[in-house]
Design a protein around this ligand. Structure first.
Ligand code: MF3
Ligand code: CO
Ligand code: CO
Length: 335
């Protein structure tokens, strides 16, 4: 109803109407309004539309429940969600890798379900509900829920949000891009993967960003080989991003993974000379480049999680979890 009011008023001015990401306050039209008041209202409307270009915090739904039969990671029992000990970066044995394959495949399947659900009009909280249910359906725990205090079961990062966006009442609009980052804790191991999806009809530059970001992940994976170093991965990613005129976010890295959600090594997505860790068969980690159309520097929202580009340019991300093999890498997060 409120949306309808704004629609009609602006339609009357002959403007093209976006579906609103956040509902504006309803202001009934005053009868017999003078010219000046009408102009002020037009300006206000202009500002409302400008604000719609960028993502803003929405309303959080109540915390989702996890049924008692689901095994919790240790941090889920901690008041602040702090993980205690971390796994080492050491290679994992075959039995561990087999279990990680199962967790990885589950995460990939859930990501596929989310990709099917993304469309204009759905809220990021709706996506969270889907991720939550899909984890539980598979007997797993949605790893983000409570992790270091994160309030939801999925990360949803829209347009200029780099990563760790919190699902809320935000309505996805035609032309948006949204990253869904799924992590499931299944049978003692985390499976972590993400992808950026197009919402309806997306502009050419954003589509190119998403495509190049997917390629950056592929180049990063192709750089993995035993005897090489973690540095090789970032070097390959940065070269591909920058040769396409895009930036590489520095502040967030890929990570070792297994029984811990995050462990060593830190996987930089740019050429970092300090990334000297040697890659060995059996090591498991993620590669998850965040690539920007403009400035790669970030700013944090007051919620302490949502990272956005300083210039509010769009950014995309793709993530896989993999294991180093004798002749390269095996992707563990394939459906
Ligand atoms: N899945 C993210 C990653 O790729 C981590 C999310 S942590 C959370 O590392 F707390 F925000 F969920
Ligand atoms: Co990750
Ligand atoms: Co992730």
């Amino acid at each position: 109803m409120r949306e309808w009011c704004l629609r009609t008023r602006i339609a009357a001015q002959g403007r093209v109407l976006p579906v609103l990401r956040h509902q504006p306050e309803y202001r009934p039209a005053a009868a017999g309004k003078c010219r000046r008041a009408a102009a002020a209202e037009a300006r206000r409307r202009e500002q409302e539309l400008e604000a719609e270009r960028y993502v803003r915090p929405g309303q959080l739904s109540p915390r989702r429940e996890v049924p008692g039969h689901i095994a919790l990671p240790a941090y889920a029992l901690d008041k602040h969600g702090r993980p205690r000990e971390r796994d080492s970066a050491r290679p994992k044995d075959a039995e561990t890798i087999a279990l990680m394959r199962v967790a990885g495949r589950a995460a990939a399947e859930i990501l596929g379900v989310l990709g099917e659900a993304v469309r204009p009009g759905i809220t990021t909280d709706d996506l969270d509900a889907i991720a939550h249910e899909e984890c539980i359906k598979r007997g797993g725990y949605p790893s983000p829920l409570g992790y270091n205090g994160f309030p939801k079961s999925l990360c949803t990062s829209v347009n200029e949000v780099i990563c760790h966006g919190i699902p809320d009442s935000t309505v996805l609009q035609d032309g948006d891009i949204v990253n869904c980052d799924v992590t499931i804790f299944l049978d003692g191991f985390h499976g972590d993967t993400n992808a950026t999806f197009l919402v309806g009809d997306v502009d050419a530059e954003s589509r190119r960003l998403v495509e190049v970001t997917r390629e950056c992940l592929e180049h990063g994976i192709a750089a993995v080989r035993p005897g090489g170093t973690v540095r090789d991965i970032g070097r390959a990613i940065q070269a591909h991003a920058e040769s396409n005129g895009f930036g590489v976010v520095r502040a967030f890295v890929g990570h070792g993974i297994g029984r811990s959600f995050h462990s060593d090594p830190q996987v930089y997505h740019y050429d970092n000379p300090s990334a000297r860790t040697l890659l060995e068969t059996g090591m498991t980690f993620t590669i998850e480049p965040m690539i920007t159309i403009g400035d790669w520097r970030h700013e944090m929202w007051d919620d302490g999680w949502t990272a956005v580009t300083v210039d509010r340019s769009r950014t995309a991300q793709f993530e896989h979890m993999l294991v180093v093999t004798d002749d390269g890498a095996e992707i563990l997060t394939r459906a």
